[in-house]
Design a protein around this ligand. Sequence first.
Ligand code: CTP
Ligand code: MG
Length: 243
Amino acid sequence: TPVAAVIPAAGRGVRLGPGAPKALRALNGTPMLIHAVRALAASRHVSLVIVVAPPDGSAEVKSLLDAHALPGGTPGGGPASTDFVVVPGGDSRQESVRLGLAALPPQYGVVLVHDAARPLVPVDTVDAVIEAVRDGAPAVVPALPLADTVKEVEPAGEPGAPEPVVATPERARLRAVQTPQGFDRATLLRAHETVTDDVTDDAGMVEKLGLPVVTVPGHEEAFKVTRPLDLVLAEAVLARRRL
Ligand code: CTP
Ligand code: MG
């Protein structure tokens, strides 16, 4: 069954600081979004990539894809014969993914959702997620053990104020999850049609449906570019890859 990827790229990138929308910021001269699109198109299984652009940035994203030889709707355009579609995003990540799914043609039975903000995910991680979905899991997330101990707190009203610690979950049972997250098409569509709670990832919506979500090993290089220090790390990883 054919695999499509939805790439939400419509966020502002507030935590990265002032500037262009995060997905359009350059990493070693190439926009973060282009790195992310290439990372997904590098999988020979992925035959469609739906990019969810900043609300007023669809034209710019289309011309960026063109400029980097990732032409929309042209079979054989990419190294793995991938089609590209661009749609405008919404106010939340959830809304942006929903808008991307609205552009999903019926033949795609497996759907990946991948943050543009994780531009360096290795193709092996992408393929591991796809394989687990094809093996029958309705929802699959790449996950890594945590380095830091995590505390649950009672959030303070103002930033910087001390916060009472409520609990310390056993670290060995915790995982940090990444993208691409992979889904059986019907499961993901149903999750986005029915779950209205605020969640920070798509698998969380599937959990709310009471359906099983499984992990596969994530990868350090699939980290999310969130704060300025992450840009430094991403550029260093790219520079190392060129050696
Ligand atoms: N995203 C999106 N639409 C939104 C918000 C986020 O498509 N309305 C996307 C981002 O472009 C990013 C991914 O969701 O690829 C993960 O979100 P995050 O890392 O939080 O990015 P931003 O929301 O852009 O960053 P911030 O929260 O710092 O503003
Ligand atoms: Mg955000």
